[in-house]
Unconditional design. Structure first.
Length: 259
């Protein structure tokens, strides 16, 4: 969000300088005089910044994965592309929807503005849609009374921050039309009272409010998600992650589709 604000400021400044030159400065400048270097730079940068701004704001935006909360689907260090128009054209910064194109489906990997602090972007998987009734018992999701199918894959070893080796159980989970991998650990997380996580731990069923989504990380026991900070409002959605375009440590991941 801060980068978008920075781009808007630069766009307005360069555009203003260019326009000022056309309306005022050029008329008072001798015909054989060179353009001021500020004007020259403004005319050079404005079209480029405008194109980049439009692409990032309305079509595709790159993001870097900072943590392992979406393992094994996404790894820390993955550089991904996010489709900005799948859910509609939104105003930069304000994020108000101009044209509604569609809504998230169960299983979509989405980027959104973190509800407690919208200046931060988060990425998680959509688990629950508006109106869904959800339980999470014994590491297994039940949506609208139907337990999700889970297929055992095996153990998954990875290094956590601090160089601590972790071993998780890997499963394939069928979430709507999406079959994806998740990790679970033999631990019980502690959640503050009244959070969704605490309600799940008490075997309570929660209902997703209208205009909101329940989001969880694929690394189920190492993810700060809706269980901790609540539902994701529709107005916080940024777009759908669909492609890994770079990973400097694991080149084999480059070009992978996100499922």
């Amino acid at each position: 969000m801060m980068f978008a604000l920075f781009m808007i400021v630069i766009l307005l400044v360069t555009g203003f300088i260019w326009l000022l030159d056309i309306i005022v400065l050029r008329k008072n400048r001798p015909a054989d005089a060179q353009e001021p270097i500020v004007v020259e730079y403004a005319k050079s940068f404005f079209p480029v910044i405008l194109i980049v701004f439009c692409v990032r704001s309305f079509i595709i935006e790159p993001f870097k994965i900072p943590s392992g909360s979406m393992m094994p689907t996404l790894l820390a260090g993955d550089y991904i592309l996010v489709n900005k128009f799948d859910y509609g054209f939104r105003l930069p910064i304000l994020n108000n929807t101009l044209i509604k194109m569609g809504s998230p489906n169960r299983g979509d990997v989405v980027v959104f503005h973190y509800p407690p602090d919208p200046s931060i972007d988060y990425i998680k998987r959509v688990i629950g849609l508006p109106g869904d009734k959800i339980r999470y018992e014994d590491k297994r999701l039940t949506i609208n009374g139907k337990p999700l199918e889970m297929e055992t894959v095996g153990n998954y070893d990875y290094v956590l921050s601090g160089l601590n080796m972790m071993t998780a159980k890997q499963y394939k989970e069928q979430l709507g039309d999406v079959k994806h991998d998740i990790l679970v650990h033999d631990v019980m997380a502690n959640y503050e009272a009244e959070t969704i996580g605490a309600k799940f731990a008490s075997n309570e069923e929660i209902t997703v409010p209208q205009g909101h989504y329940l989001a969880m990380g694929d690394n189920r026991d190492n993810s700060s998600d809706s269980r901790v900070w609540g539902f994701v409002p529709d107005g916080n959605l940024v777009g759908k992650a669909f492609f890994i375009w770079m990973n400097f440590d694991q080149g084999s991941r480059i070009g992978s589709a996100i499922k």
